[in-house]
Design a protein around this ligand. Sequence first.
Ligand SMILES: [Zn+2]
Length: 328
Amino acid sequence: MRFTVSGWRRAVVTLTLLGCGGASTAPDDTPKGTTPDIPGATVPGAPTGPFVPGSTYLDPDGYIEYQPGTAPLLIIAPHGGALLPAGLPDRTCAACVTVTDGNTQELARLIVDSFAVRTGKRPHLVVNRLNRRKFDANREIVEATGGNAGLERTWLWLHAFIDTAKAAAVRTAAKGLVIDLHGHGHAIPRLELGYLISASTLRLDDAALAAGSSTTQSSIAQVARSSVAGDAAIAVLNGPNSLGGMLATAGVPSVPSHLNRSPAAGDEYFSGGYNTARHGSQQGGVVDAIQIEAHSPGIRDTPANRERFAGILATALGRYLERHYGWK
Ligand SMILES: [Zn+2]
């Protein structure tokens, strides 16, 4: 499959902020503590544009949306889509998770806007507009499409858009950060930050964590070894100036953080899924990724709570980029 500039369809999109069907309390995503395989699927080279920051671009089917930004930050909303085209069959694979992460598409848009207001620079945004019953934008291609060959190009466009945003981030700041935004329905109302480090490993003390390969094999391997502030890798993971630490200090319980280093044995916890593994620095490179699984109450349940949380997260992301990436 070839991706050419002529294949891009500039779209004027009316943002229909549909709810996600009241399924916001059900858990989803990969089994806890596992790191998904990365298949050798061929992804086309990232398109070169030109792209106008703040404009909206769609794949030829209108399923995947990309808004280019100006900051070295990408927000992905893979599970907040609402589109249910009648011609698309539901995914039927045995292990398929089809529940929507309620209101996460709306939340992602608010985070982008809030970050732009606070910093004057706009994050990139990639949204899967399809309902998860039709397409899962956080899985390898077979499970993502449920075997529907017609959606394979959707999957390729999704990752081409992400690669485009990552390349732009690197041009902007020589490195970058991807946030894969989800919603969980676990019993404990706290943000679960996924770095491809299992809960049992997070429970090790800092000395054992530092002695092992937890951060060097994480989705933030790049920044963990090169924090501009000189912070140790473990501090970037769970210290007061980790992303979780900044969020916890701002009043949003988060794990891992200095106030809650790790999930307790038996706690439900998502350690990061396909996008985090594919697009972070676990395999090398200069772009990191963090999966954020947000609880619903007080965070993504009402417009006012989404607005409030978007502001807190945008502030934390700006500080995190400034402290650890040297970006302002
Ligand atoms: Zn999800």
